[in-house]
Design a protein around this ligand. Structure first.
Ligand SMILES: O=C[C@H](O)[C@H](O)[C@H](O)COP(=O)(O)O
Length: 269
């Protein structure tokens, strides 16, 4: 039996129902799923809120939607706190009033994408390079809603086989990358590579003028808090892309509908 796709079909953890996995009801692109998750998150936005505006191809849809609702007069008195220069530009182009953490040290709600989400709602972020500002802003938020398509769900952090980013100061980055590799020997090992992407194959430079060392993990790291502490003790490290125990809610868009997972198991709809 073919199922009609219903973006409002929502399951919480407790009520998740078994649905036939084949055939898929519609050919939704990954970008369609990102937009569906983003729009669902924007349903939580209320007039008068101070909002953390995330970065990346998923968060971009949320920022667009907030701009659209402001333009239509369905939202008002919003203050956006952008997590990157790119999001700042996008928000300005949409007419979203902006501020920063100095003026608004407490944020009502942040909405952002993620690169990986584990079963405890721990995240990997920063494959777009914005992890430091994201962590500062999302860490200052009363509520942090993460929006992903189902491809981002992993059994354990690092499980996608893609990078765990670490922002480092440019000064002697090779030394810091080697220290990171050594530290990670105690947690399953990793390959540590400087992220390229700047002009003429140069290093990628973050909004804060730093570099990114991408760690490719060889195994499940185990105790993520221990790994976090060990990484942050290295003097050349600015921040890493593990967002532990920070997400209040994760909205996951899949071909069969939207699922919402909450930190405390309840449904936030
Ligand atoms: O630095 C980038 C951010 O952490 C993004 O939120 C993350 O990489 C997810 O991006 P996307 O929605 O493009 O997959």
């Amino acid at each position: 039996m073919a199922l009609a796709y219903d973006p409002l079909f929502i399951t919480s953890d407790k009520t998740a129902m078994d649905v036939p996995s084949t055939p898929p009801p519609m050919n939704l692109t990954q970008d369609d799923l990102k937009r569906i998750a983003a729009y669902k998150a924007v349903d939580f936005v209320r007039s008068g809120m101070v909002l953390g505006l995330g970065t990346g191809s998923t968060a971009r849809h949320a920022v667009d939607r907030i701009g659209e609702l402001l333009r239509q007069g369905k939202l008002s008195d919003i203050v956006g706190i952008p997590t990157s220069k790119k999001t700042q530009e996008q928000a300005l182009s949409l007419g979203i009033p902006l501020s920063d953490l100095d003026a608004h040290p407490v944020i009502d709600l942040s909405i952002d994408g993620a690169d990986e989400v584990d079963p405890r709602l721990n995240l990997v972020k920063g494959r777009g390079g914005s992890l430091l500002r994201e962590k500062m802003i999302e860490g200052a938020s009363k509520k942090f809603v993460v929006i992903v398509d189902e491809s981002k769900m992993v059994k354990h952090i690092g499980g996608s086989g893609m990078a765990l980013p670490v922002e480092v100061v440019p000064f002697c980055w090779k030394f810091t990358a080697e220290k990171l590799r050594e530290v990670m020997e105690g947690y399953g090992g990793c390959e540590a590579k400087l992220r390229l992407g700047g002009e003429k194959g140069k290093a990628f430079v973050t909004d804060n003028g730093n570099y990114i060392v991408d760690m490719y993990l060889e195994k499940d790291m185990g105790d993520l808090w221990a790994v976090s502490d060990a990484i942050l003790r290295l003097p050349g490290v600015v921040e890493h892309g593990m967002f532990l125990d920070m997400a209040s809610t994760v909205i996951i868009a899949g071909e069969l509908g939207v699922k919402i997972k909450n930190k405390h198991g309840s449904c936030c709809c």
